[in-house]
Design a protein around this ligand. Structure first.
Ligand SMILES: O=C[C@H](O)COP(=O)(O)O
Length: 309
């Protein structure tokens, strides 16, 4: 992940909020829901089928962050989960490895000790996933410990309540402080778009997260009622595009949560391709956060029901 060279000074005085309001004013943030829905409908109708190919499915497989974030996870189950990634290459030499495994931070050590495959990242969710409801000191500690124990990427949840209450200063301070802990390790910021409700909110949250230091923006935790949607993905990709045009800084995109069919994944791929273009179509800038899709993709690539993970 190319390290971004922008740092955000954080002052604790009055004009902070106006600074974020001013930043948002550089962008179109009042979006028309119907227009977004129409744009997504058109992309799905006109552009998706052309991407329903073995090549795209193999690329999507290589962009998966193979995720287990379950209350029943244990050292034993996570070790077995990660060991299946080790054994994957000998079973399917013609396929790429998944891009990452994604686990709770208490499993960073066992994942890091078990994983033997070069190039597969160890993503840990952190910052009191999935609610993000903790004081910043707890979030900082959890993130620092996950990185100490072997995490190579961190996914945090944006403090959604702070966003909805318009407290952009604390929202961005939290994100910036955790990015400081991550240093040159990629930090993805989960917007929890299902709780943001409107396209305008999703656009604003995307921009604030990027200005505060996100290396990726990610749709959802997969733990709320509404997870990733094509409309949220479209708005987030538009925000990434406009941010790139204004700052020259490339930010990654990770749809996650409730991606339960191969066609779902092809739709996200198509939205990224149509809005952001080829430059984003590598697993350094596009990831799929999923706990069920790997076997579904494997089955379609193999042409038969496959349950490897
Ligand atoms: O970040 C990944 C998501 O939590 C996975 O959600 P899922 O279990 O609905 O695929």
């Amino acid at each position: 992940m190319a390290e971004k060279n922008h740092q955000h000074e954080h002052h604790h005085h009055e004009d902070e909020v106006s600074k974020y309001e001013k930043t948002l004013q550089l962008y179109t943030t009042e979006l028309d829901e119907a227009q977004v829905q129409q744009a997504v409908k058109t992309i799905i109708a006109e552009k998706t089928l052309a991407n329903d190919t073995p090549e795209v499915k193999k690329f999507l497989f290589g962009s998966i962050e193979l995720t287990t974030l379950s209350t029943t996870d244990s050292d034993t189950s996570v070790m077995a989960f990660v060991d299946r990634v080790n054994r994957f290459e000998s079973a399917y030499p013609q396929l790429p490895h998944v891009a990452a495994v994604c686990v709770y931070p208490c499993f960073a050590e066992v994942a890091s000790e078990t994983l033997e495959v070069e190039g597969v990242e160890i993503t840990c969710v952190s910052g009191s996933f999935p609610s993000s409801q903790a004081v910043i000191e707890v979030k900082v500690a959890e993130t620092a410990l996950a990185l100490r124990d072997g995490a190579t990427e961190i996914d945090i949840v944006m403090p959604v309540g702070k966003f909805l209450s318009g407290n952009y200063e604390e929202l961005c301070d939290d994100i910036a402080e955790l990015k400081q802990v991550c240093g040159d390790k990629a930090m993805k910021v989960i917007l929890e778009t299902g709780d943001l409700k409107t396209a305008s909110n999703i656009k604003k949250a995307s921009l604030l997260a990027m200005y505060a230091g996100a290396d990726y923006i990610k749709t959802s935790t997969g733990k709320e009622k509404i997870s990733a949607t094509p409309e949220a993905a479209y708005v987030m990709c538009q925000a990434i595009k406009e941010y790139y045009e204004k700052t020259g800084i490339q930010i990654g995109f990770k749809p996650a949560g409730g991606i339960n069919t191969v066609m779902d994944a092809i739709i996200y791929y198509t939205i990224v391709k149509e809005v952001l273009g080829e430059k984003w179509l590598t697993n350094k800038w596009f990831r799929l956060g999923t706990s069920r899709l790997a076997n579904l993709l494997l089955s379609e690539i193999n042409g038969e029901e496959t349950k490897f993970f």
